[in-house]
Ligand binder design. Structure first.
Ligand SMILES: [Fe+2]
Length: 576
């Protein structure tokens, strides 16, 4: 039984293939067509899914889409009638959505087959149910509280659910225009971060701010029942395009904040202007209020689903700072957060929901790691190295680990390309750049030579699982780099390149059964330096994370990386 899951005509378009209840392959279109957050039809991702299982589109039994424009229709109509000036935009939006409902023709065109040959059943699943499904059906639990939150999806911004056996029972929804994601985006835009996906950057700016505006932002997001926005500070929903997918598939955000923000806080910051104390204080207050609302919602959810296990997804679930604090602020004791918590994750959620909830199949699959993308043989890799004219050596596993660890211990920066590409936005040791976590100059070196990131953004540590409690104040594992914890005072100097200004780190817990090669690399580094941690940043330079050997080699050549460990091969700039 083959189920193809899709997120399409929406930011982070993606495809996933589920065979007999198991996710075999999943990928975001941006990794293949190299357009960040691509929001068109994921034609290349669909082809890659089919190749992974050796199937043709005619072999697919079910196609599931993580979007249902009929969901919450009454609420949409109610809003449109109360806001007549916005009706035209709603009609336009709905027409666009109608066009994309013809999944059969879209797939037939993309794969150049006759649509009459396609035998699949088609399913459309409400956006946030798909998010929760992407977490619950991948978790090891038979029962959990489900939570999803983001900017918006199918007219909803937040969903709470009870998950049990094969079923997800929706308990509550927060409808637009009230949205914690929109609140975060609005403040990010106001302080000059206007691109889709910039929210993660601003999270790193927050600890530089002071508590000047928390009270003011409490006035913008109130907590009566769930939560409500004071809409006076926002551009009215439907008055512009909000988030728009342009014809070339790029995603653009329209202005979210109204003139009342300007009256309250002064002029908005332009993207390249200096960051002032006002901007940092706003970032601080935004994160602080976001967390207060988040914990309030989780505590409400726990009253209705009094379990210790929480499954979570939605773009806001990438807020690793908030995730790291929830164990202190709520009764939940364990989390399983979908690594692709953003909208690419909808493809997996929709497909697994079809298997369990529609086809009534019992739970048995657990997503043990995020390595669901393509991999490349040594033959392919060597051809790419030769084509690029690089000097390289082939090494056995142990000498390769030893040389890379030696390079990193000496302060060099190495591209680390191994095995299957990660699913989700984080590089977790297969498409990573690794460096020494304890050198005070390492952040500047990485930024000057390769990453060119904002000065306030921290780099992340990958730590061997058994050492986490020695270095961090929390034990709960963070396998997908989705929790930020305090670093213990006595370890901050040792981890100075990954210790953020508030003495925290967004760690990746690495266990040997999840990624033996990466785990062993950290272990060899530990034997040389005494530190069971590597600095891990994604393998890219202002582009989607590299997918193929050729892209990795290209990034290695054009940046000032010192080494590239790719499959069994090692290339060093000093030797070439
Ligand atoms: Fe979403």
């Amino acid at each position: 039984m083959l189920i193809l899951g899709l997120n399409m005509f929406h930011a982070d378009a993606s495809a996933a293939i589920v065979q007999d209840g198991e996710v075999i392959f999943a990928i975001a279109e941006e990794r293949l067509n190299r357009v960040k957050h691509y929001g068109g039809f994921p034609a290349l991702a669909v082809k890659a899914c089919l190749d992974a299982v050796g199937a043709k589109i005619a072999d697919i039994d079910h196609v599931a889409v993580g979007q249902d424009s009929d969901a919450n229709l009454a609420k949409k109509v109610q809003y449109a009638l109360a806001n007549p000036a916005k009706i035209l935009n709603f009609i336009r939006l709905r027409q666009r959505k109608e066009q994309m409902r013809d999944v059969r023709s879209l797939l037939a065109n993309a794969l150049e087959v006759d649509s009459s040959k396609l035998n699949f059943q088609e399913h459309h699943l409400e956006h946030h149910v798909a998010h929760i499904a992407s977490a619950y059906y991948c978790s090891p639990w038979q029962k959990a509280a489900g939570f999803s939150y983001d900017g918006s999806g199918d007219f909803v911004s937040t969903m709470m659910a009870r998950c049990e056996g094969s079923e997800i029972e929706v308990l509550d929804r927060v409808y637009l225009p009230h949205s914690l994601g929109s609140f975060y985006t609005m403040i990010c835009e106001f302080i000059g971060y206007k691109k889709y996906g910039d929210e993660g950057k601003v999270m790193g700016l927050a600890p530089y701010g002071k508590d000047s505006y928390v009270e003011k932002l409490r006035g913008i997001v109130g907590l009566n029942g769930n939560f409500q926005l004071d809409l006076g500070y926002f551009k009215p929903l439907g008055s512009n395009q909000g988030m728009q997918v342009l014809p070339d598939g790029t995603v653009r955000l329209a202005r979210h904040f109204s003139d009342r923000m300007v009256e309250l806080f002064g002029d908005p910051r332009e993207p390249h202007a200096e960051i002032t104390q006002r901007d940092m204080d706003l970032a601080y207050a935004m994160q602080h209020r976001f967390e207060e609302v988040f914990f309030h919602l989780l505590n409400q959810l726990h009253k209705r689903v009094p379990l210790e296990d929480l499954v979570m997804a939605g773009g806001c679930a990438l807020n690793s700072v908030a995730n790291g604090k929830l164990f202190n602020e709520t009764p939940f004791r364990r989390t399983w957060i979908q690594p692709a918590a953003g909208d690419e994750g909808l493809a997996i959620g929709a497909a697994l929901h079809t298997w369990h909830s529609v086809l009534k199949q019992p739970r048995k699959y657990v997503m043990k790691n995020s390595y669901l993308g393509p991999e490349f043989s040594d033959v392919t890799i060597e051809t790419a190295l030769r084509t690029a004219g690089l000097t390289y050596r082939k090494l056995e596993r142990r000498p390769l680990l030893d040389e890379v660890a030696e390079q990193v211990a000496a302060g060099n920066v190495v591209g680390w390309f191994q095995g299957r590409m990660e699913w989700g936005p984080r590089a977790l040791g297969n498409r990573s750049i690794v460096a020494h976590p304890g050198r005070s100059d390492m952040k500047d070196i990485l930024n000057a030579r390769i990453k060119h990131r904002e000065w306030f953004r921290p780099f992340a540590p990958s730590i061997m699982a058994e050492y986490q409690h020695e270095y961090f104040e929390h034990d709960h594992p963070s396998p997908f780099m989705l929790h930020v914890y305090k670093i213990r005072p006595e370890k901050r100097q040792e981890l100075c390149a990954v210790n953020h200004v508030d003495d925290t780190g967004r760690l990746q817990t690495v266990s040997r059964d999840e990624n033996p090669m990466y785990y062993d690399l950290i272990d060899v580094f530990r034997r040389k330096t005494g530190i069971p941690v590597l600095l891990n940043t994604s393998f890219n330079e202002n582009e989607p994370v590299v997918c193929t050997p050729a892209e990795a080699i290209d990034c290695f050549k054009r940046t000032r990386m010192d080494g590239l460990a790719i499959g069994s091969y090692l290339a060093l700039k000093s030797e070439g």
